[in-house]
Write a protein of this length. Structure first.
Length: 128
C-alpha cells in the first residue's frame, strides 16, 4: 500500500467501514435490530493499526495536487473520519459506542498498542 494514491487509501478504509456496517443492514431486515450498534447487541472490538514506517512519511505516488501531504497524514485523517462516523458524539460530551475501538502503531521494529480496545475514552483519544 506504500505506492497507493490518496484516493485509494481512503477507498480502502471506506470499504473496510462498509464491510463492518454490512451486518447491520442484513440484521435490520431480519429483525429490525441492528447488530452494529450499542442498542442491538454487543459492540464489535476493532483494533486499528497505523503504519508509521518511513515510507508513510512520503507523499503518495502519483500525487498531482498537494504533494506535501504524507501517506501517514492521509491515513490518520481517514481513521479519525471512520471512528467519528461509527461512534458520533452522544450529545452529553461523550461518544456513542457502536464499536469499541483501540489504536496501535507499527514500525519496521514492531508494533505497540497506544489505546487498548475497550478503553472507555478510546474514541475521544483517537479523534483528538
Amino acid at each position: 500500500m506504500s505506492n497507493q494514491p490518496p484516493l485509494r487509501i481512503f477507498a480502502l478504509l471506506a470499504g473496510l467501514a462498509a464491510l463492518l456496517l454490512l451486518p447491520a443492514s442484513v440484521s435490520a431486515q431480519q429483525g429490525d435490530e441492528l447488530l452494529f450498534s450499542a442498542s442491538g447487541g454487543a459492540a464489535p472490538n476493532i483494533l486499528i493499526l497505523l503504519d508509521t514506517s518511513g515510507s508513510m512519511g512520503k507523499a503518495p505516488s502519483g500525487c498531482t495536487d498537494d504533494c506535501s501531504t504524507t501517506k501517514r497524514t492521509l491515513a490518520s485523517q481517514s481513521i479519525v473520519t471512520l471512528v467519528s462516523q461509527v461512534n458520533p458524539p452522544d450529545g452529553d460530551g461523550g461518544f456513542e459506542e457502536n464499536a469499541r475501538f483501540g489504536f496501535g502503531i507499527f514500525t519496521k521494529n514492531g508494533g505497540r498498542v497506544m489505546v487498548p480496545v475497550g478503553d472507555p475514552n478510546a474514541t475521544g483519544k483517537i479523534i483528538d
